[in-house]
Design a protein around this ligand. Structure first.
Ligand code: BES
Ligand code: MN
Ligand code: ZN
Length: 495
């Protein structure tokens, strides 16, 4: 989809040709004598358009307005959350009309966060998955114009938002693909396809190399599958070689049956989404290639299937991880932490500034936080705060959960250094405590996205989260580095 940021006042907007004109109306303001301002005034007077965000009025072929459809959408105080929900609702409601060109007009003051929210919401609401349909009905929305008073100061935020859409949609695409169209090999190929972007490199390891590295925990999960595992190493170099990278580690289970500790049949199809952590890492690299910030980033993706088979691991099996720690696999369905722990050990060689893993790790996190906020765990307060703030700023929120050592009690066992599960209580935290054992060499954060990476039910599909959170965090690192050395030239493309 093509986005455009344009100077557009209320009066001009009336003459703007479009299949739909969505006017974001704040609680106060947007006054005037022109056609749109009069309609807004009338709608306010009648009480049909309250001053609270959420209300919408749609009309067809309104007189004196060039657009075919007009939607007045209340955005209250005009904060980014209100803009996001108003644009989502408007574009969703317009879907049946299959508009090709939509204009979203800020009738009040527009700020960077609002413009970003409008772009991401328009993309989210018009996204369609087509890859495995025989007669695809592709997205009809071709062009989205964002109309504001003064575009110049908003242009950087707009450009970032448009690049973010690319990343989010890349993550959605791979998240949505069924397991037989997103094998570990295919996922690694998707990563490799990103290496054509500037400053990006991709290396893919197979079973032999992974065995040579001693990744016994990762190999154990993969051994029950006919599909060979892959270990993806993505590198983005936007800063000098010596600058410590931010390392992202994404869980890439392309299908999770649970293994011998088999999952129930109901909704098991949703376990095709168990590689959404990996997809979010791919999405971030897609956006990095677009924006080219002056930072270094490494992406690590351990990817395999978790299958039930004659060769599969059994409850009670003990394996040796790359770190040397032995692990008793008491539940083969707690496989995410087994592939992640070896990737975390591997991360050390990059002498990272921080390591962040992203994983659809536990059902317990869905119980704790639902689909609104991802679970955040960290051994480093500054990192936790930066990630939390990035989530707030990008409307891709997370919430920090604790890592007290008492939570690790249940992971003790007589038969190995650690067990891969504790009891049912605090399941998201005990999973994080398991991972923490492999992170002593660097500041570390873990995002449990089990509740936020996809939606169930009628709107079933990948969300592309937490690409916005991660990208906002990473761009913040660039700003921090720039502030530390003001002479350091940005590697960012001139706009
Ligand atoms: N991929 C699942 C986590 C999951 C479950 C995400 C449901 C979203 C919805 C993970 O591999 C898993 O199976 N975790 C187990 C851990 C348990 C065995 C300790 C879980 O959450 O039930
Ligand atoms: Mn599992
Ligand atoms: Zn899983």
């Amino acid at each position: 989809m093509d986005f455009q940021l344009k100077t557009l006042g209320l009066a001009q907007a009336a003459t703007e040709k479009a299949d739909a004109l969505v006017v974001l109306v704040p609680a106060t303001g947007a006054n005037g004598k022109d056609r749109i301002a009069s309609l807004v005034a009338a709608a306010r007077k009648s009480g049909d358009l309250g001053d609270k965000a959420g209300k919408q009025i749609a009309t067809y072929r309104p007189e004196g307005i060039a657009a075919t459809r007009l939607v007045l959408a209340a955005v209250g105080q005009g904060d980014a959350a209100a803009v996001r929900s108003a644009v989502l609702a408007a574009v969703q409601a317009l879907k049946s009309a299959s508009p090709k060109r939509v204009v979203v007009l800020f009738a009040g003051a527009a700020d960077a966060a609002g413009v970003s929210a409008a772009v991401s919401a328009a993309a989210d609401a018009s996204y369609v998955y087509t890859t495995t349909k025989s007669k695809p009905e592709p997205r009809t929305l071709r062009s989205c114009v964002i109309g504001v008073d003064k575009p110049a100061p908003l242009k950087p935020a707009f450009d970032t938002a448009v690049a973010l859409v690319q990343g989010v949609e890349f993550a959605k695409e791979w998240g949505n693909r069924p397991g037989n169209h997103c094998t570990p090999t295919q996922l690694a190929e998707a990563a490799r396809s990103l290496a054509k972007l500037p400053r990006l490199k991709c290396e893919v390891l197979g079973p032999k190399e992974v065995a040579a590295l001693g990744m016994g925990a990762f190999m154990a999960v993969a051994q029950g599958s006919a599909e060979p595992l892959r270990f993806v190493v993505l590198r983005y170099q936007g800063a000098a070689k010596g600058v410590a990278p931010q390392v992202l580690v994404g869980k890439g289970i392309t299908f999770d049956t649970g293994g011998v500790s088999l999952k129930p049949a109901a909704e098991m199809d949703e376990m095709k989404f168990d590689m959404c952590g990996a997809a979010s890492v791919l999405g971030v690299f897609r956006a990095l290639g677009e924006l080219q910030p002056a930072i270094n980033v490494v992406g690590l993706i351990p990817t395999c299937e978790n299958m039930n088979d004659g060769r599969a691991i059994k409850p009670g099996d003990v394996v040796t991880s790359m770190s040397g720690q032995t692990i008793e696999i008491l539940n083969t369905d707690a496989e995410g932490r087994l592939i992640l722990c070896d990737a975390l050990t591997y991360a050390k060689r990059f002498e990272p500034e921080v390591v962040i893993d992203i994983a659809t790790l536990t059902g317990a996190c869905v119980v704790a936080l639902g689909g609104v906020r991802s679970g955040l765990f960290s051994t480093d307060d500054a990192l936790a705060e930066a990630l939390h703030a990035a989530g707030e700023a990008s409307q891709d929120r997370c919430w920090r959960l604790p890592l007290d050592d008492e939570y690790a009690e249940g992971l003790k066992t007589q038969f190995a250094d650690v067990a891969n599960v504790a009891g049912r209580a605090g399941g998201a935290i005990t999973a994080a405590k398991f991972l923490q054992r492999f992170t002593s060499d660097f500041p570390w954060a873990h995002l449990d996205i089990a509740g936020t990476a996809w939606k169930s039910g009628a709107a079933k599909g990948a969300t592309g989260r937490p690409v916005p959170l991660l990208m906002t965090y990473l761009l913040g690192r660039q700003d921090a580095a720039k502030a530390a050395s003001p002479s350091g030239k940005s590697a960012r493309k001139p706009a």
